[in-house]
Design a protein around this ligand. Structure first.
Ligand SMILES: C[S@@+](CC[C@H](N)C(=O)[O-])C[C@H]1O[C@@H](n2cnc3c(N)ncnc32)[C@H](O)[C@@H]1O
Length: 333
């Protein structure tokens, strides 16, 4: 499916509509010179384009923040170079993800303290655009990237079930073989656009292939489109995910898929834990820019990982032991 953010991208930027940008600038000047004379009021498309660009700046500044990556000795200049590469990866390779999503994933990986051991996992790589970007970050932070895919596209047992995206008012079906990228093609794309040495490939359909995952995982990114595929990924990855670790997905708006994160009986039966929920369910984080990205956090001991606030109550009373909420994964290695 064409990602909705591409629509905003086409609208965005001065170069996209110089005449309108110029008209708005002249309007602003005219308004100052002749107070009381009505000035141009922005159209909905202009306002949305503006919102998109503001969110883009907010997200990039979130990555460029000096504190992010400092523990790895990674500064702003390196991160800017990465962003150039992320853009290239999603324009020169066929991609199901948007470059700004890669920047968000990069920020999250940089936030994991170096002393917390573990791998990064990607499920769903298609031609390798998101993989190439993740491999750049993984190489820089010294983590292995496990690249898990059939390398034949979506499985043959693809559910002929309708997928609903109520927030963006879209529906449709997936088909077996969609998003295929064979292993050699993906490898050579990563060699060209990413860092092949950071990658270990785990080929095959998830019901079988993910059984070989054994080592601790600090971060995972799922872009697998289907409910059954998401379930297989969760069964293999969640038990290996470190306390405080995140699983991001690119399937937030698909209510058919995202409901699994709230399915208490399924979680108890398959993983022996309560359903963690999903941040960004139905609408994605950072709308209107990144409507398909969201995450779940594995926190089994909230009292050790989260902060306290005056508007909630605590059994031991007051705000004793209060501290600021932590943003990063816990250090229990
Ligand atoms: C939307 S594409 C991923 C797009 C990619 N992240 C990008 O940036 O272009 C979905 C991928 O999930 C893989 N996939 C989905 N279900 C799978 C399963 N059960 N086993 C193995 N691979 C699966 C497909 O082969 C495909 O490569």
């Amino acid at each position: 499916m064409r990602r909705p953010e591409a629509v905003f991208e086409r609208m965005g930027g001065w170069a996209a509509n110089p005449r309108r940008t110029m008209a708005r600038a002249l309007n602003r000047i005219a308004g100052k010179l002749s107070p009381g004379v009505p000035v141009h009021s922005p159209t909905r498309a202009e306002t949305e384009g503006e919102a998109h660009r503001s969110m883009e700046r907010v997200l990039l500044e979130g990555l460029y923040d000096d504190a992010i990556g400092a523990a790895y000795g990674i500064g702003r200049r390196t991160k800017e170079e990465w962003v150039d590469r992320f853009r290239r990866n999603t324009t020169e390779l066929p991609s199901g993800t948007y470059w700004l999503a890669h920047a968000v994933l990069a920020r999250e990986i940089l936030k994991i303290p170096p002393e917390v051991a573990g791998d990064v996992v990607e499920c769903g790589c298609y031609k390798g655009a998101s993989t190439a970007s993740l491999s750049i970050v993984c190489k820089a932070v010294g983590r292995k990237l496990l690249v898990c895919d059939s390398f034949e596209g979506l499985p043959s047992e693809v559910e002929m079930r309708v997928h609903h995206y109520p927030h963006i008012q879209v529906y449709g079906y997936y088909q077996a073989g969609m998003y295929a990228g064979n292993l050699e093609e993906v490898r050579s794309n990563i060699a060209r656009y990413g860092e092949l040495e950071a990658c270990r490939f785990v080929p095959g359909f998830y019901a079988e292939s993910l059984r070989e995952l054994r080592d601790p995982i600090v971060f995972a990114f799922l872009d697998v489109d289907l409910l059954t595929s998401t379930q297989e990924c969760l069964k293999a990855i969640w038990p290996l995910l470190r306390e405080g670790g995140l699983i991001y997905t690119d399937d937030s708006c698909d209510v058919e898929v995202v409901r699994i994160w709230f399915d208490g009986p399924w979680w108890q039966q398959e993983l022996g834990e309560p359903a963690p929920g999903y941040v960004g369910s139905g609408c994605g984080l950072y709308s209107p820019t990144l409507v398909s990205l969201g995450y779940a956090r594995r926190v089994t001991r909230p009292e050790e990982s989260y902060g306290r606030v005056p508007w909630l109550r605590y059994p031991e009373g007051g705000l004793a032991g209060a501290r600021l909420p932590v943003e990063s994964i816990g250090c229990d290695s």
